[in-house]
Design a protein around this ligand. Structure first.
Ligand SMILES: *Cc1c(COP(=O)(O)O)cnc(C)c1O
Length: 376
């Protein structure tokens, strides 16, 4: 540790209301929303919980769509708010269909709130939000979307899709900080929240506090000291996306997913994409099914023994034995990083005695899939 690394982070002019509001406007633009946004001073689970606790009350009926681990977390919060919870699940190897959602809404006319995850970094799938948003809007329920793993990785059209509460964080495709996060709140959602006696007030989970103490006052005075370093990092992340071009950043993520899937298929040895259809695969991360008879954690350990630098990990929880996760978000949405990940996996599988194809052929297949998205 050298003493001269500190002043850059410590001796900053205070972050004022004007700059805070400007950062919010940049994020709102990235999210394609003209509704209000609230920048909560914590990791994305904070606005996700805040959105549910604000909009849902005893007597609510909520449709919770589960396509990965975050949906399961939402179900617990919804129940603890006193809501009756209807669940629609899709296997983690695919996506949920708008027809399934429409059917659940038809069967349960009382549903007034729908929670959905856009892309799942943990399970590697992505859901068709545009179509789902349409049926939810026709039914009249509020739609909450967890877009933490989709923002900047794939199109996110908050207003056009009718998303009432859209949550993003900076730590995935934005290559930014994890310590602050943003939720957009539609006018419809504010009405519902204001009418909810159970909505958190005078609480760290309160959206209403931000409305009353920040938004309604014209965003001229911050209610408390902001997480300055995280806010500045968030601004730099969104500025960098602006500089590189959102389309280009999204293309890198799409190319990374296409290359990882093609490379894994070409490697063989029993390795295969966990998400079956290409259109259901998230651009943020690719999940792979471990070869039959092998524990995914052993495959990951062997791959990391070959190259400890690659963003490859075993899945968490009950999927740990069967699912390998190749992260390719943020700065890792990069041709060289993806090829290195595949190379390490190939070496790892070979070390475990599995009959993998010639690695050069697999890397060539991956490179071709990358170049089909971003011509070199
Ligand atoms: C990453 C992610 C989050 C944020 O959770 P962390 O625990 O900080 O990783 C929330 N939702 C989704 C869908 C995510 O992929």
């Amino acid at each position: 540790m050298t003493a001269n690394t500190a002043p850059d982070l410590l001796d900053l002019a205070p972050l004022g209301a004007g700059q805070f509001a400007r950062i919010e406007d940049k994020i709102a633009s990235l999210m394609r929303t003209r509704e209000t946004v609230v920048t909560m001073q914590g990791e994305a689970l904070l606005p996700l919980e805040a959105a549910i606790r604000s909009a849902v009350r005893p007597g609510s009926t909520a449709l919770n769509i589960i396509t990965g681990p975050y949906g399961e977390t939402f179900g617990g919060w919804l129940r603890s708010c006193g809501a009756e919870v209807v669940t629609v699940s899709a296997p983690f190897s695919g996506a949920v269909g708008a027809d399934q959602v429409a059917e659940a809404l038809r069967a349960n006319p009382a549903i007034d709130f729908v929670s959905l995850v856009h892309a799942e970094a943990a399970t590697g799938n992505t859901n068709p939000v545009a179509e789902i948003g349409e049926v939810v809007r026709a039914h009249g329920a509020l739609l909450m979307l967890d877009a933490v793993a989709s923002v900047a990785a794939e199109p996110l059209l908050t207003d056009e899709w009718g998303v009432d509460l859209c949550v993003i964080g900076g730590q995935k495709a934005m290559a930014g900080p994890a310590g602050v996060s943003v939720v957009s709140v539609s006018a419809r959602a504010w009405e519902r929240i204001a009418a909810n006696e159970q909505a958190p007030r005078r609480s760290y989970l309160s959206l209403l506090d931000w409305k009353e103490r920040w938004i309604d006052g014209g965003r001229t005075a911050l209610p408390h000291a902001p997480a300055q370093l995280e806010m500045l990092a968030l601004e730099q992340a969104v500025d960098r996306i602006e500089e590189d071009g959102l389309e280009a950043v999204m293309a890198r993520h799409r190319a990374a997913a296409a290359a990882t899937r093609a490379g894994a298929r070409a490697l063989g040895g029993g390795l295969s994409p966990y998400v079956v259809r290409d259109e259901d695969a998230a651009p943020v991360a690719t999940t792979l099914r471990a070869p039959g008879g092998k524990d995914a954690r052993d495959v990951v350990a062997a791959a990391l023994a070959a190259d400890a630098s690659v963003p490859v990990q075993a899945a968490a929880g009950p999927l740990a034995k069967e699912m390998i996760r190749v992260n390719h978000y943020g700065l890792d949405a990069d041709r060289e990083v993806v090829l290195a990940s595949l190379s390490a996996l190939g070496e790892g599988l070979r070390a475990l005695g599995l009959p993998v194809a010639d690695e050069a052929d697999a890397l060539e297949a991956a490179g071709k899939a990358w170049d089909a998205v971003i011509p070199g």
